[in-house]
Design a protein. Structure first.
Length: 77
Protein backbone atom coordinates (compact mmCIF):
# COMPACT_ATOMS: atom_id res chain seq x y z
CA UNK A 1 0.00 0.00 0.00
CA UNK A 2 1.02 3.58 -0.67
CA UNK A 3 -0.09 6.72 1.14
CA UNK A 4 -0.96 9.69 -1.10
CA UNK A 5 -1.76 13.37 -0.75
CA UNK A 6 -3.22 15.44 -3.58
CA UNK A 7 -3.30 19.24 -3.32
CA UNK A 8 -6.26 20.74 -5.18
CA UNK A 9 -7.30 24.22 -6.19
CA UNK A 10 -9.30 25.95 -3.43
CA UNK A 11 -12.54 24.10 -2.69
CA UNK A 12 -15.46 26.52 -2.50
CA UNK A 13 -18.38 24.41 -1.33
CA UNK A 14 -19.01 21.45 0.98
CA UNK A 15 -20.67 19.54 -1.87
CA UNK A 16 -17.31 19.62 -3.68
CA UNK A 17 -15.87 17.56 -0.82
CA UNK A 18 -18.65 14.98 -1.17
CA UNK A 19 -18.18 14.69 -4.94
CA UNK A 20 -14.43 14.15 -4.64
CA UNK A 21 -14.82 11.72 -1.74
CA UNK A 22 -17.41 9.63 -3.61
CA UNK A 23 -15.34 9.51 -6.81
CA UNK A 24 -12.13 8.58 -4.98
CA UNK A 25 -13.77 5.91 -2.83
CA UNK A 26 -15.32 4.38 -5.95
CA UNK A 27 -11.96 3.66 -7.58
CA UNK A 28 -10.73 0.06 -7.49
CA UNK A 29 -7.43 -0.09 -5.61
CA UNK A 30 -8.18 2.83 -3.27
CA UNK A 31 -8.71 1.94 0.40
CA UNK A 32 -12.19 3.42 0.94
CA UNK A 33 -11.77 3.78 4.71
CA UNK A 34 -8.62 5.87 4.28
CA UNK A 35 -10.11 8.58 2.00
CA UNK A 36 -10.20 12.01 3.62
CA UNK A 37 -11.04 15.21 1.74
CA UNK A 38 -10.08 18.31 3.72
CA UNK A 39 -12.13 21.37 2.82
CA UNK A 40 -10.01 24.05 4.53
CA UNK A 41 -6.68 22.87 3.11
CA UNK A 42 -8.13 21.59 -0.22
CA UNK A 43 -6.33 18.26 0.09
CA UNK A 44 -7.25 14.65 -0.53
CA UNK A 45 -5.46 11.97 1.48
CA UNK A 46 -5.86 8.24 0.89
CA UNK A 47 -4.10 4.88 0.75
CA UNK A 48 -3.96 2.89 -2.47
CA UNK A 49 -2.62 -0.35 -3.91
CA UNK A 50 -0.09 0.64 -6.59
CA UNK A 51 -0.53 -2.76 -8.25
CA UNK A 52 -4.20 -1.97 -8.95
CA UNK A 53 -4.28 1.80 -9.55
CA UNK A 54 -1.79 4.62 -10.07
CA UNK A 55 -1.75 8.04 -8.47
CA UNK A 56 -2.23 9.47 -11.97
CA UNK A 57 -5.47 7.49 -12.35
CA UNK A 58 -6.83 9.04 -9.16
CA UNK A 59 -5.78 12.50 -10.35
CA UNK A 60 -7.61 11.93 -13.66
CA UNK A 61 -10.79 10.93 -11.82
CA UNK A 62 -10.65 14.13 -9.77
CA UNK A 63 -9.88 16.39 -12.74
CA UNK A 64 -12.76 14.75 -14.65
CA UNK A 65 -15.04 16.24 -11.97
CA UNK A 66 -13.72 19.71 -12.83
CA UNK A 67 -11.16 20.18 -10.05
CA UNK A 68 -7.58 21.19 -10.75
CA UNK A 69 -4.76 19.15 -9.20
CA UNK A 70 -1.96 21.47 -8.06
CA UNK A 71 0.48 18.76 -6.93
CA UNK A 72 0.51 15.24 -5.60
CA UNK A 73 2.82 12.87 -3.82
CA UNK A 74 2.82 9.23 -2.79
CA UNK A 75 5.08 7.09 -0.66
CA UNK A 76 5.13 3.47 0.40
CA UNK A 77 3.58 2.83 3.80
Amino acid sequence: MHKATIQLEALICPSCVQKIEKATKGLSGVDQDSVKVMFNSSKVKFDFDADKISLEDVEKAITALGFEVIKSQAKAK
